[in-house]
Design a protein around this ligand. Structure first.
Ligand SMILES: [Zn+2]
Length: 188
């Protein structure tokens, strides 16, 4: 004789953030339910394949297109931004200079308001990430050595966040072993 107890149901559910995959079997009034957690990238939501990473800071699951390497750690984009201590706007301006754009071009390509591009440039100069080309009000800024060392992680971040302007293609250089941290007051 068949009873409801014999009904076996398998339910696939989106796995929680930071959890790779769990399985559980429950006996309910409607029968036996097997719950299978399916892992998705906690950043972009794509289903994870066999190769994926875990953010060293927050533990988010990440597919390969959503990882940022920083100081030999694999991080989520959010954690990489936190570690850098820079805002997205600041990262955009820094990348602009790193790939050889001037202030006008940064405004144009990154769709940044002129006043913001100017004030962010000054801020980045204070952090020694940019250097003023004397006289700064005529010639603007250029990337410093420190800024150049931060640029590859910043470019990768914009790429992951889909914020790199269309038409700008950047070759990746190997990441330096020890990435400096910036704007320490915002981190730790
Ligand atoms: Zn992803």
């Amino acid at each position: 004789m068949e009873t409801e107890e014999n009904i076996f149901t398998e339910v696939a559910v989106v796995e929680d953030q930071g959890v790779i995959s769990t399985r559980s079997i429950k006996r309910t009034s409607r029968g036996i339910v097997k719950r299978v957690g399916v892992p998705f990238c906690d950043h972009c939501g794509r289903r994870l394949e066999s190769r994926f990473s875990i953010c060293a800071d927050c533990g988010k699951k990440l597919d390969e297109t959503c990882t940022v390497q920083y100081a030999s750690r694999i991080l989520s984009p959010d954690c990489a931004v936190n570690r850098l201590g820079l805002r997205i706007l600041e990262i955009k301006v820094l990348v602009g200079y790193a790939i050889g754009l001037n202030l006008q071009e940064i405004e144009q390509y990154f769709h940044i308001r002129w006043v913001d591009a100017v004030s962010v440039s000054k801020h980045l100069e204070n952090l020694n990430l940019l250097r003023a080309k004397f006289p700064a009000f005529i010639r603007g800024y250029e990337i410093s050595e420190l800024g150049a060392s931060a640029s590859s992680v910043c470019i990768r971040l914009l790429q992951v966040l889909d914020q790199l302007p269309v038409g700008i293609f950047v070759e990746f250089e190997p990441l330096p072993k020890d990435m400096p941290q910036f704007g320490g007051e915002r981190f730790g």
